[in-house]
Design a protein around this ligand. Structure first.
Ligand SMILES: N[C@@H](CCC(=O)N[C@@H](CS)C(=O)NCC(=O)O)C(=O)O
Length: 205
């Protein structure tokens, strides 16, 4: 199978981490796509132009981190990332979505900072900086939730991939006043699946 990714995308990193956690490296060929360019050949492969995108030997291509992670997790018939039943299942989805909000917001911010300085919008940067402050204050308290510890799950992986966008942009200083969250994410940094998908490519503030 072919997995289309980019350096910067935390959504693609999520799929790459799950592929490694499931020991699928030999079955998944990772291909760096050129995105966000008019007429990039990648648009012929995935019409949305987005990553992650998984091309299977059979069946339609699958777009988006959630369905791609689901597919990878279920390939061996022994999923480890499915939500639990009942009330905890709601908690799982609630936490995953709030981690996804961090991922969405920080992606917009880092994308903006990837533009030449003269093309950047200060208003977008400021809006996303404030969103990051609110959400990391929320997570500093919520990180003690039982689902954010224990067995690996999608809420944990989503939040960790989102917060580690800091690797690309020095001004993304969410760690200030967030000691519990910082200690939490550093544990993920030590996992081989995260070490193997780290990209040293910092943007200049
Ligand atoms: N909801 C999607 C979001 C994927 C997404 O926004 N990917 C961005 C990179 S972070 C992308 O490929 N952007 C290229 C474009 O918009 O043309 C997911 O969960 O995977």
């Amino acid at each position: 199978m072919k997995l289309y990714i980019t350096h910067f995308s935390p959504f693609a990193r999520l799929a790459r981490v799950v592929s490694r956690e499931k020991g699928l490296e030999d079955r998944i060929e990772e291909i760096f796509a050129v995105t966000r360019k008019v007429d990039t050949p990648y648009n012929q492969i995935n019409p949305s132009g987005r990553v992650p995108y998984l091309v299977r030997e059979e069946g339609a291509g699958v777009e988006g981190s959630q369905p791609v992670c689901y597919l990878l997790d279920h390939l061996d018939g022994q999923p480890i990332l499915d939500p639990p039943e009942g009330e905890m299942g709601l908690e799982y989805r609630r936490l995953e979505e709030t981690g996804r909000s961090v991922m969405d917001g920080l992606s917009v911010w880092v994308r903006e900072m990837g533009r030449p300085p003269e093309d950047r919008s200060a208003a977008i940067g400021e809006y996303e900086r404030r969103r990051m402050n609110r959400l990391t204050a929320y997570w500093e308290k919520e990180i003690d939730h039982p689902l954010m510890g224990g067995d690996l799950n999608m809420p944990q992986l989503t939040l960790a991939c989102a917060l580690l966008l800091e690797e690309f942009y020095d001004a993304l200083t969410w760690r200030v006043d967030r000691p519990k969250l910082a200690a939490w994410v550093d544990r993920f940094n030590e996992r081989p699946s995260f070490a193997d998908t780290r990209v040293h490519y910092p943007l200049k503030p």
